[in-house]
Design a protein around this ligand. Structure first.
Ligand SMILES: Cc1ncc(COP(=O)(O)O)c(C=O)c1O
Length: 392
């Protein structure tokens, strides 16, 4: 059997056997009753996860639509902007990491964008952001909940409260948050959000889900968007036939069904707590290695539960290749830094089928990679710290 690559990067993730089995199921027609039933099951499961992820464990009264795209999340982000804007629209993009920047790049293709950028990994001053949102009278505001590039969550509730005081729509990248972080979709006034199957849903890449509030559905304008990502078309086909308008990635739906079923069988709260515990374990490992976490959360920003970004030691930053080469040689993948953070940080995910055994194997591999860079780390202290947190 092919050796499993140990994926410690924040997506795509190690797949549970039930998901691998789902990927090899016989093909069915995307226009069959069997597919419509599959669609309903996946849609119901994804909705259950989205509406049951609040901090207090109570269900959110969110009553929007869940749609699927045959693509990774960037198409969902694209659709989340293109369906609600035209060339005269004004968008505010909040940026404190790579994916906040991506939203701005997307919006820049369709309309006029004001970029509100602070140093990556820093927390927004919510009063200043609020003033910008209220004064700017934007048609749409984009923000990222879990900024995967920095390992930090942003204050979506406070930003959403400000957007709700305007006529604008609030579009949120929930790609590495939904299914792994606490989220309050209705209470935070989120109009559109996007999640990828390959992150905290623990399935395989190639399909993403979009969550549309009723307010956003009322604003859809079919004339102003491009053909494939026309959300009107998606809603019509979904509500009339439980199908996608174009050929569905059937095997990926089966995989997502298996991923979602694992979560709902286990209970959403238990699933989320697992991510929180694994993040605490990586944070403890960083402390035991004598390393700093990259992000600087303040206020209601926090370290992410789905990804931990750790600063590399100074000597490794000077020459990072041997560190990443050593991991690759051991068939272990960790996330590197994006853009100007390349060679400065490494990122460890907590998503997918990541159990204590895989985390321990990962710690040993990272220890060896540091040794390859002649950095002396207390490997057993990191192991002990992780073990004691995972045992709680
Ligand atoms: C927060 C966030 N947004 C968007 C994306 C985009 O996903 P993709 O490049 O797979 O389309 C990612 C992928 O890692 C992400 O982490």
């Amino acid at each position: 059997m092919e050796e499993e690559t140990l994926l410690l990067n924040p997506g795509p993730v190690v797949l549970h056997q039930s998901i691998r089995d789902a990927l090899s199921r016989p093909m069915i027609s995307h226009r069959s009753a069997a597919f419509s039933e599959l669609y309903d099951r996946v849609q119901g499961g994804v909705r259950e996860i989205y509406t049951n992820s609040r901090h207090d464990g109570e269900p959110s009264p969110w009553d929007g639509e869940v749609l699927f795209m045959n693509a990774t999340a960037t198409l969902g982000m694209d659709a989340g902007v293109a369906n609600f804007t035209d060339h005269d629209s004004r968008v505010l993009s909040l940026i404190n990491g790579n994916f906040g920047r991506r939203f701005a790049q997307i919006a820049d293709r369709q309309c006029t964008v004001d970029e509100y950028e602070i140093p990556w990994g820093e927390s927004y001053d919510v009063d200043a952001v609020r003033d910008e949102i209220i004064d700017g009278e934007y048609d749409l505001v984009t923000a990222v909940h879990t900024e995967t590039s920095t390992g930090m969550t942003n204050p979506i509730g406070e930003i959403g409260a400000a957007v709700a005081e305007t006529d604008g729509l609030f579009v949120v990248d929930g790609v590495s948050s939904i299914g792994g972080e606490r989220i309050h979709p209705h209470e935070w006034n989120i109009d559109v959000s996007i999640v990828d199957a390959q992150k905290a849903m623990a399935a395989s890449p190639g399909v993403c889900a979009m969550f549309l509030s009723q307010r956003s559905i009322d604003r859809l304008d079919a004339d102003q968007t491009y053909f494939y990502a026309d959300l009107h078309r998606h809603i019509e086909r979904a509500s009339n036939q439980s199908q996608t308008p174009f050929t569905s990635a059937v095997s990926l739906f089966y995989a997502l069904e298996a991923g979602v079923k694992r979560i709902t069988d286990m209970g959403v709260d238990t699933w989320l707590s697992g991510h929180e515990q694994r993040a605490k374990a990586w944070e403890a490992a960083a402390t035991a290695w004598g390393l700093e976490l990259f992000a600087n959360p303040a206020g209601s920003s926090d370290y992410a539960s789905t990804v931990t970004a750790i600063e590399l030691p100074e000597s490794v930053r000077a020459e990072p290749e041997p560190f990443f080469d050593s991991l690759r040689e051991q068939n272990v993948f960790v996330g590197g830094g994006h853009a100007h953070l390349s060679g400065e940080i490494f990122r460890l995910g907590t998503m997918g089928n990541l159990d204590a055994e895989r985390m321990t194997t990962g710690l040993e591999a990272i220890g060896q990679a540091f040794a390859a860079c002649e950095v002396d780390m207390d490997i057993s202290a990191a192991n002990d710290a992780v073990e004691s947190i995972l045992a709680e």
